[in-house]
Design a binder for this molecule. Structure first.
Ligand SMILES: Nc1ncnc2c1ncn2[C@@H]1O[C@H](COP(=O)(O)OP(=O)(O)OP(=O)(O)O)[C@@H](O)[C@H]1O
Length: 332
């Protein structure tokens, strides 16, 4: 087995009296996407800054290794192995996209010809060739983000840190960015991602860690995390009061809502469980007008684990808190 791309043991950081990271352990396997989730101010950016050598951890922290190097002993080697795209763009708007890329190539001390080749290749890969000679301030938000990541890749880093790479992007640009992340991982790059969007972590991350009050409160795959919160159910809705009453009698474990003529039955949402409910309705000769399956999603996990802390915004719903029990489900 290869060594993990990133390991942190007992990562700690305080600002004055405020403890931001209180003994965080992280392991990120090579060639995977690891997503750090947490409410605003949880310390995600602080973790990224420490792991990318921008700020120092508290002396009481344990060993941190990035790209096979000890962060404290070999920060230069760590820096050579990583790329960072922060929340604030590194793009200089006054010069062209191509000039931004060449500047990065110079910073990485690439020979001129190699720098030009890398810049041209990356501009092509990120669909920026047509805009390459235009000043970057004329780029759309999505183009600037793509240029930002292209600049991060000039030095061919094996590990990249993406701190909220899609915040503020429209859905199409967000999906483009997800595709870029997937392609990077296919090429073997390790991605450490912080995001405001739970759906993004669900789409991209091999593993997700939830940070709350300076500690990792849960870690696992999206599916594993969803399994730790209860709340899966099937909801049946009727228009006919007689059919509704029949269903109430047939499904005695269901929670009825007389006003809405609906029933809620606890369920993990598997095919077998759904069939069992439908079979019991069939046996009673009842047909529901609507059947909705609600499986816990990362919103539910987030709210359950972070004690109702402000939930990060969801795509297309800027600044709108999500409710834990709103189904985002299949309706049959
Ligand atoms: N240089 C600093 N000096 C003092 N406090 C700081 C400093 N940098 C961060 N903090 C505090 O540390 C806490 C964690 O900040 P951080 O930016 O890491 O959170 P975050 O999880 O990335 O939040 P967001 O999702 O809002 O970006 C916050 O309370 C923040 O105010």
């Amino acid at each position: 087995m290869t060594d993990p791309a990133i390991t942190a043991n007992g990562l700690r950081k305080s600002y004055g009296d405020k403890t931001v990271l209180d003994g965080v352990d992280l392991t990120v396997a090579e060639g995977t996407v690891f997503s750090l989730l947490g409410p605003n101010g949880a310390g995600k950016t602080t973790a990224v800054k420490i792991l990318s050598t921008l700020i120092s951890p508290a002396p009481a922290s344990g060993e941190i290794r990035v790209g096979g190097h000890d962060l404290a002993a070999s920060p230069h080697e760590v820096r050579a192995a990583i790329g960072v795209t922060g929340q604030f763009s590194a793009v200089d708007g006054l010069i062209t996209g191509e000039e931004n890329m060449l500047l990065m190539a110079d910073l990485h001390h690439l020979p001129k010809a190699e720098g030009r080749r890398a810049a041209a290749e990356l501009l092509e890969r990120f669909d920026l060739t047509d805009a390459a000679k235009k000043p970057a301030h004329s780029y759309s938000g999505g183009m600037k983000r793509r240029l930002d990541i292209a600049m991060t890749l000039v030095g061919s880093p094996r590990i990249i840190f993406l701190d909220e790479p899609t915040t503020g992007l429209d859905p199409r640009s967000r999906h483009n960015m997800w595709q870029i992340v997937r392609e990077l991982v296919t090429d073997g790059v390790t991605v450490f991602l912080t995001t405001q969007y739970l759906q993004e972590a669900d789409e991209l991350a091999d593993r997700i860690a939830v940070l709350n009050d300076g500690k990792i409160v849960a870690e696992g795959t999206a599916e594993e995390l969803k399994r730790i919160v209860p709340g899966g159910h099937v909801r049946l809705r009727f228009t006919e009061p007689t059919a509704y009453q029949g269903a109430v009698s047939a499904l005695n474990e269901a929670t009825p809502d007389d006003d809405a003529l609906s029933l809620q039955i606890p369920s993990g949402g598997s095919q077998r469980e759904l069939r069992a409910v439908l079979d019991r309705l069939d046996a009673a000769g009842i047909e529901a007008d609507e059947l909705t399956v609600h499986t816990p999603d990362l919103d539910d996990v987030f709210i359950a684990l972070t004690g109702g802390a402000t939930i990060p915004n969801q795509p297309n719903q800027p600044n709108q808190p999500n409710q834990p029990n709103q189904p985002k489900d299949a309706v049959r």
